[in-house]
Design a protein around this ligand. Sequence first.
Ligand SMILES: Nc1nc2c(c(=O)[nH]1)N[C@H]1C(S)=C(S)[C@@H](COP(=O)(O)O)O[C@H]1N2
Ligand SMILES: [Mo]
Length: 395
Amino acid sequence: MLHSLDNLTTRRKWMGATVLAGGALAATIGGVELLRFRRTAAAEDPFQGGKLVGALMFEDEGRAPLDTLLGDELDGRRFTDLGRLDRDNLATPTDLFYIRTRASHLLDTSRPWSIRVSSPAAVRIRMDELKAQAEPRGLHLMECAGNTRAARFGMISVAAWDGVPLSRCLGRMRLEKAAGILVSGFDRYAAKPLTPSVPGASWIFSRHDIENSGAFLATRMNGEPLTPDHGAPVRLVVPGWYGCACIKWVNMIGPVDEAAEPTSQMQEYAARTHQRGMPARASEYQPATIDPAAMPVRIEKWLVDGRVKFKVVGIVWGGSQPADNLLIRFRPEEPYVPVSRVQPAAHSPWGLWTHVWTPRQPGVYRIRLRLADPSIRTRRLDAGFYVRQVQLDQV
Ligand SMILES: Nc1nc2c(c(=O)[nH]1)N[C@H]1C(S)=C(S)[C@@H](COP(=O)(O)O)O[C@H]1N2
Ligand SMILES: [Mo]
């Protein structure tokens, strides 16, 4: 099925870009200079001189509108339309960044905010101190561990964040010897949730996890103060981890011992963060890191020299290093082939790839990716988690 081109061209609210010498594009977001993809010579472009005639819709996915606020408080969601991503808009504007849980009606940020530290120090970390110490921390990706087909995989976004590394605060909080560190956010809501979401977002980290991940208390997003739905006045960002660990409306940090039970949020997300069963202790949890993954986000239909060609555009993210050796398959009975072009972008936690697709027959196609290097752990790709389906009526 084809849908109109409006979707690709309207409401382009994404960041503008400026052309630099040397064929690279750059934009500045929240103090981060973001190098864009290098432009390629026109001669290499298989769609040169062609006409974009439409885009294919992914099938068998949720039907909720994208880029739209849905529901309220614990039921509140916004799924980001990834179909509009292109190489000039790699950061998601704040008003399109995905949302999982909207701000509580009971949240009162009119009074000065501080984080209570339940340790021998019994200090409070005041918001004005944090603001004074906050510095640009670059672009980081966030993905909900429950980023499923029903959400049209729209629970993933990238922003430029400002904040203060949590490891830097531990000494002052007298937490430098704690076995585990609990970070907890405001989680009382006026209404009972309609969805099976469990209220009470908090996560327990080891000191090693906090240092290793570079977790920080974020005060700004895309160069502006955090919005209420994204955790204002202060949230945790844990680079490389699923969003469930990125506690919003942080109001308490404290020590826990080795035997501490996982929090309700950790239990709710145990399977989705690939824990083995339900560990009895928080200290037995594996870091909730995101493995390398990739999926198509848009399939453009082109007419080039009188022939139909499809341009499959996708994203690649996760892992500690940008994956560039991607393989793609369109049907289980077809072999994996190398993706035509993968372009990891400097300083960006997700990169775009494009693949030229000339299917021979109409029918249903289930598009799946994997990494060429089998030694890299890709739990979700292995499970077919991000397979996307399209139907071709004619080719
Ligand atoms: N206090 C609090 N923090 C929270 C949550 C929550 O329900 N309450 N949800 C978590 C989950 S599951 C995700 S995926 C991210 C989403 O952050 P975002 O809504 O800013 O995209 O916030 C996390 N932080
Ligand atoms: Mo999440």
